[in-house]
Write a protein that binds this ligand. Structure first.
Ligand code: ADP
Ligand code: F6P
Length: 350
């Protein structure tokens, strides 16, 4: 018999996390189960956050009634490196038991799910709701926040393309996604961007300069290049420091390549055209959740409580064919995300 469920958010915040907390709270209350909010991710379970007095809070319906349409995460979030140590995981499981928590709902990405899986191995039943804008989990079609992040990026790129058109200036737009290019790819497809660079694929700056030169020659003086933030790790060997220094930009040793520097390189390789860079950044994470993410959160929160109430644990919740489902953490985390090379080539060719 489950009497008390704990809930936490972990890793980067993602639109839809609050809707998921709200859904878990509604479903727990309906089933007569108490809900304990644990703030600041796994840090909150260990008293390691900067606000330990505020880290544990009972969540009744009244407390969370209005949070579904608030941005960010009501439970705060954090990364907790300490928690990767087995002895610290044991401490967390013990702390949960001391709080009379019978089971835990973890809202986060693959790292947070790894943590939840370890807690299960220590006898603490856990279920995971996939909350990350990156959409980097292979077992699910979508993660909470991904749809919202894409919509934010699409809106931004549409505005950037309007100004690009007004001024005949190409644009480099950097989106988030860590090691997954999903946000970049979907944004590029949805906006008609002529080029995309993702962390999954090695790329050569000269190929992109060639493509931009060809577009300019055809009269397109305002093309958009969408880049996934970690793509620079996959840039083919190119002495960009020397190149920029030789072309009038001072770069000091130790400085990293950025989207702004990429725009400078393209400008200098493409006849001096005024390419401009924009980093979309946290507007992707702090946005109001779309209807898709909010409805996904509703279903996922409900399923999380149902599973725990039925004694089904060690489960990652995902979305398949438009409906939520669950599978064991280990199976979910072992599934590699396929990369759609065909779409990547289409964006960069058409
Ligand atoms: P996400 O959950 O979005 O992937 P992170 O990778 O930053 O975000 O992980 C969030 C937190 O999950 C980490 O700070 C840590 O507390 C926990 N975590 C990550 N990887 C592991 C792991 N291998 N084992 C246990 N806990 C982990
Ligand atoms: O996982 C979400 C995410 O926004 C990634 O896209 C990004 O690489 C990372 O978090 C950034 O984390 P932080 O905001 O802690 O720098």
């Amino acid at each position: 018999m489950i009497k008390k469920i704990g809930i936490l958010t972990s890793g980067g915040d993602a639109p839809g996390m609050n809707a998921a907390i709200m859904s878990v709270a509604r479903c727990a209350a309906y089933n007569g189960i108490q809900l304990l909010g644990i703030k600041r991710g796994y840090n909150g379970l260990l008293g390691l956050s900067d606000n330990p007095d505020d880290d544990i809070q009972m969540l009744d319906i009244e407390t969370v009634l209005d949070i579904a349409d608030q941005r960010g995460t009501f439970l705060r979030t954090a990364r907790c490196d300490e928690f990767k140590k087995p002895e610290v995981q044991r401490q967390c499981a013990d702390n949960l038991r001391k709080l009379d928590v019978d089971a835990l709902v973890v809202i986060g990405g693959d790292g947070s799910f790894q943590g939840a899986m370890h807690l299960c191995e220590l006898g603490m039943p856990c279920v995971g709701i996939p909350g990350t804008i990156d959409n980097d989990l292979g077992f699910t079609e979508s993660t909470l926040g991904y749809d919202t992040a894409v919509n934010v990026c699409v809106e931004a790129v549409r505005s950037i393309r309007a100004t690009s058109r007004s001024h005949d200036r190409p644009a480099v737009v950097q989106v988030m996604g860590r090691n997954a290019g999903d946000i970049a790819m979907r944004t590029a497809m949805a906006t008609g961007a002529e080029m995309v660079v993702v962390p999954e694929m090695e790329w050569d700056v000269d190929d992109y300069a060639k493509r931009l030169n060809e577009l300019i020659a055809k009269g397109n003086t305002r093309a958009t290049l969408v880049i996934g933030e970690h793509c620079f790790h996959r840039m083919k060997e190119f002495d960009w420091r020397k190149f920029l220094n030789d072309h009038g930009k001072t770069i000091y040793p130790g400085e990293a390549i950025t989207s702004e520097r990429l725009a400078s390189i393209l400008k200098r390789k493409c006849g001096g055209i005024e390419a401009r860079a924009t980093v979309i950044g946290y507007t992707q994470r702090g946005a109001q959740a779309t209807a898709y993410d909010s409805a996904f959160a509703f279903e996922a929160g409900h399923l999380a409580v149902q599973l725990l109430n039925r004694g089904v644990t060690n489960q990652a919740i995902g979305m398949r064919h438009g409906r939520v489902f669950s599978m064991p953490f280990a199976d979910a985390l072992s599934m590699k995300k396929p990369f759609n090379r065909e779409l990547y080539d289409l964006i960069n060719t058409l």
